[in-house]
Design a protein around this ligand. Structure first.
Ligand code: GLV
Ligand code: GLV
Length: 335
């Protein structure tokens, strides 16, 4: 008996890769850049399992080109890169890595909020450029975080952790979500409001929605127009939730005061994009979950999802465990 064949689209931490190598005959794409689509199609054409990253589009066409594929394990909590219905209809199990990155991501969203409000990166650039001459009464004035109003768009796991952090700074927290969470309102003193009111009242707007057709360009011209001129937008969700052109306009015209972005559209943000150069826009390269410990935990879950799917079991963090016992997941295994 051989081992199941899998393709892993990037080197992930050893907490996952060691398990994958122990159980599978694994090919790992070792480049810094994602494998081109032709490479995934080629490498996965006789694979039983695939570990994908958020930079890989896993759709029905790919699944049809890889007839043995029975499990796709996405090394991310977000899964807008996966076509779940296409997987389900073929009996391909799919999983993600929720939970373990929630607090790490909220820590980072709050760090972006603080850094944007208090102009930390501008200050560091100023010192590095040799511009620091004296203590200046008007130097690099920012906005206060304490007692300000935080508006959350999306109150999932990460949104809740963001609210908890904000409470430590005596912020008032309001939120909008398609699902109202009265339990969280009571537990953490949050106020629910329609999206328009959140945008009108918040000093900081932080986005914590998944990317779906409904949230694509959620932040558009009309919605930026509702925000306060002192307001700062924080995005750690997915770039396309924000219309970049509308954001650029809002930042350049003074419609809003600033933005802190961990995610952009496209990624990477081209080096000559105006957003990368505006002093009131802080852009970092999609690193909100990037603590060593969290990336290790994500790798462990990704490996456990993969191996469970190869064994014909429900994934510990499955996105479509209802596909179990259907289509390919029932095919006889010959390893
Ligand atoms: C990162 O953005 C993730 O979805 O895990
Ligand atoms: C992501 O894990 C969320 O639910 O916010």
């Amino acid at each position: 008996m051989g081992k199941p064949k899998v393709f892993v689209t990037r080197i992930i931490p050893s907490e996952g890769l060691d398990q994958i190598h122990a159980y599978c005959d694994a090919t790992v794409w070792e480049d810094e850049l994602p494998p081109p689509r032709e490479v995934i199609l080629q490498e996965a054409r006789d694979a039983d399992g695939l570990v994908s990253l958020l930079t890989d589009t896993i759709d029905g066409e790919l699944m049809d080109a890889c007839p043995r594929l029975r499990v796709v394990s996405n090394y991310a909590v977000g899964f807008d890169n996966l076509d779940i219905p296409a997987g389900t209809s073929r009996g391909i199990l799919m999983g993600n890595t929720p939970g373990v990155l929630t607090e790490t991501t909220a820590d980072f969203a709050f760090a972006l909020l603080m850094a944007s409000a208090r102009r930390i990166v501008e200050g560091a650039d100023y010192v590095r450029a040799g511009n620091w001459k004296t203590w200046g009464p008007m130097l690099l004035l920012g906005v206060d975080v304490h007692h300000a109003t935080l508006g959350l768009l999306g109150l999932g796991r990460i949104g809740v952790e963001m609210a908890k952090r904000a409470r430590g700074f005596d912020m008032k927290v309001i939120y909008y979500d398609v699902f109202r969470r009265e339990d969280m309102e009571q537990q953490f003193g949050l106020t629910y409001a329609p999206m328009e009111d959140v945008l009108k009242q918040a000093d900081f707007v932080s986005i914590h929605t998944p990317l779906t057709p409904e949230t694509h360009h959620l932040m558009n011209r009309q919605r930026f127009a509702l925000m306060k001129p002192n307001a700062v937008l924080i995005n750690t969700s997915r770039g396309p939730v924000v219309d970049n052109d509308a954001l650029l306009e809002a930042l350049q015209s003074g419609q809003i005061a600033g933005a802190g972005l961990d995610v952009t559209e496209p990624e990477p943000l081209p080096a000559d994009s105006p957003l990368a150069h505006l002093p009131n826009c802080l852009v970092v390269p999609h690193i909100a979950s990037a603590s060593r410990v969290t990336r290790g935990k994500m790798a462990d879950i990704a490996a456990r999802n993969l191996i469970a799917g190869l064994q014909g079991e429900a994934l510990p963090c499955g996105l479509n465990n209802d596909a179990l016992g259907q289509g390919r997941s029932t095919l006889p295994r010959d390893w």
